[in-house]
Design a binder for this molecule. Structure first.
Ligand SMILES: *[C@@H]1O[C@H](CO)[C@@H](O)[C@H](O)[C@H]1NC(C)=O
Ligand SMILES: *[C@@H]1O[C@H](CO)[C@@H](O)[C@H](O)[C@H]1NC(C)=O
Ligand SMILES: *[C@@H]1O[C@H](CO)[C@@H](O)[C@H](O)[C@H]1NC(C)=O
Ligand SMILES: *[C@@H]1O[C@H](CO)[C@@H](O)[C@H](O)[C@H]1NC(C)=O
Ligand SMILES: *[C@@H]1O[C@H](CO)[C@@H](O)[C@H](O)[C@H]1NC(C)=O
Ligand SMILES: *[C@@H]1O[C@H](CO)[C@@H](O)[C@H](O)[C@H]1NC(C)=O
Ligand SMILES: *[C@@H]1O[C@H](CO)[C@@H](O)[C@H](O)[C@H]1NC(C)=O
Length: 192
């Protein structure tokens, strides 16, 4: 949806104000802030974050949305989010991830939406998505996945019992395979 510029500006000002407040009044977490008035939504958008462990260790465990979009994260250590048992939306878009080696999302059993759009991911280990039994939407637009990486979605669909929607468009190495650029699964996750 498109907002009039005035409202957009007001939202930006409010956001900046909040950031500033958070720095002074103690609900800021190393560049991250609560998306007031919600206390379960954390914004870490565009904060130059490179060390994920450092940031996550300062956040409350009971959050449902974590937005880490537009940072400098290259690596997600195994189990990095494992204490956030209620996390439903995780946005890691616009970072510098190059591969998923396995265990990155361990413990995120109720995660519904994972956004990995605009990274440099070229390799996905077969155990990378282990534990994501509640995942419904996986966005991997604008990476450099090759056809080979797609096999992970095909090998064992039962690993993603809830997956309904994967977007894989604009992956440079998939360009030749127009048919696999965007995959829509049936609600039962059985159509791949
Ligand atoms: C999360 O826990 C903190 C204290 O650790 C509490 O202040 C806050 O209200 C809790 N948030 C939710 C959404 O339960
Ligand atoms: C990231 O931060 C953690 C905790 O402060 C530290 O133990 C670790 O060495 C850091 N990792 C890198 C790659 O700097
Ligand atoms: C994270 O923040 C970016 C930038 O504001 C926004 O485009 C994106 O939709 C947010 N993601 C979530 C899950 O709210
Ligand atoms: C996913 O990330 C892209 C790029 O940052 C953003 O435009 C989009 O709003 C995000 N979508 C969701 C559902 O988080
Ligand atoms: C991906 O890698 C290329 C080459 O190393 C680099 O120029 C580009 O900025 C990277 N993109 C992202 C989103 O990290
Ligand atoms: C698929 O996953 C299920 C549950 O983890 C497992 O029982 C089954 O052996 C796996 N099948 C293959 C072909 O790996
Ligand atoms: C894919 O890339 C093209 C050219 O860069 C762009 O026009 C298009 O909007 C992109 N599609 C998506 C889904 O990001």
């Amino acid at each position: 949806k498109i907002l009039p510029p005035k409202i957009k500006m007001m939202r930006t000002v409010l956001f900046l104000l909040l950031l500033k407040t958070s720095a002074c009044c103690g609900f800021g977490f190393k560049g991250c802030s609560l998306n007031f008035p919600m206390t379960d939504v954390i914004w870490c958008f565009n904060q130059n974050i490179a060390n994920l462990t450092e940031v996550v260790s300062m956040l409350p465990d009971n959050i449902t949305t974590l937005n880490l979009s537009k940072n400098k994260i290259r690596v997600i250590p195994p189990g990095a989010f494992s204490q956030m048992l209620g996390l439903k939306r995780l946005d890691l878009s616009q970072n510098q991830l190059v591969s998923l080696k396995g265990g990155e999302f361990r413990g995120l059993g109720v995660l519904e939406c994972l956004n990995l759009t605009c990274n440099n991911i070229s390799h996905i280990h077969s155990h990378a998505f282990d534990g994501l039994t509640g995942l419904q939407t996986l966005l991997m637009i604008h990476n450099i996945l090759a056809t080979l990486s797609l096999s992970i979605f095909k090998v064992n669909v039962s690993c993603f019992p809830a997956l309904e929607y994967i977007r894989l468009s604009n992956n440079s190495k998939l360009e030749l395979q127009a048919d696999v650029k965007s995959v829509t699964l049936t609600p039962t996750g059985s159509s791949l």
